[in-house]
Design a protein around this ligand. Structure first.
Ligand SMILES: C[S@@+](CC[C@H](N)C(=O)[O-])C[C@H]1O[C@@H](n2cnc3c(N)ncnc32)[C@H](O)[C@@H]1O
Length: 184
């Protein structure tokens, strides 16, 4: 997708998109850094946008792994549908329905959840519901990996997971924080 198209989409849907440009390769590297791709059988991506993380995940995933990917913007879904990979499942629906879709695809537990959903601009109830449902489907020891442009939201992750590690990625516009939570 062209940069300008991404920009127009984000302006039209500012509250749910929460960014003006797609994430940089530096942010992508930091989001994928904690993932043990040899071990990961099920990865969930929330808010894939036009697929900047999706493509990198698929490059590194095992041939028998699955990637369940949620996105609500039809224009982004159109782009994501061009991904022709049997490991990739696109869900054009809200991430809060993660449990229902895991069951539909006969997936029991996830090893990792990666998310770019802008919880700072969504209602608290929806944010807690999405992250709380992801907590439920993660296996013990599984990681929830999320980026934000501010750190005040970290209290939500403490409440749900009881832990959060934060790293800073200056080479992104805007500079971003990657938050990693473990299901203990
Ligand atoms: C900041 S963009 C991130 C896009 C891409 N991952 C990136 O880093 O460039 C956030 C994305 O989350 C999507 N989104 C927002 N709320 C969502 C929800 N409830 N379920 C699934 N996707 C959602 C938006 O449509 C948008 O594409």
């Amino acid at each position: 997708m062209k940069k300008m198209t991404f920009f127009k989409e984000t302006l039209k849907n500012w509250r749910t998109t929460g960014a003006i440009v797609r994430s940089s390769q530096y942010l992508c590297q930091e989001m994928l850094r904690p993932i043990d791709f040899q071990q990961a059988a099920v990865i969930i991506e929330l808010g894939a946008g036009d697929g900047v993380f999706t493509h990198e995940l698929l490059k590194k995933m095992r041939p028998d792994a699955r990637l369940l990917c949620f996105e609500i913007q039809p224009v982004f879904c159109e782009v994501l549908r061009e991904v022709k990979d049997p490991r990739f499942i696109l869900i054009e629906d809200s991430a809060e329905l993660v449990e229902m879709y895991m069951a539909r695809y006969e997936l029991t537990q996830a090893d990792y959840v990666l998310s770019g959903i802008p919880f700072v601009s969504l209602p608290d109830e929806l944010s807690y519901s999405i992250v709380g449902n992801c907590y439920k489907v993660l296996k013990k020891g599984g990681l929830y990996i999320q980026f934000h442009y501010a750190t005040f939201i970290k209290k939500m992750y403490y409440k749900i997971f009881g832990n959060v590690d934060i790293s800073f990625v200056p080479l992104n516009f805007p500079p971003a924080f990657v938050m990693i939570c473990e299901k203990k």
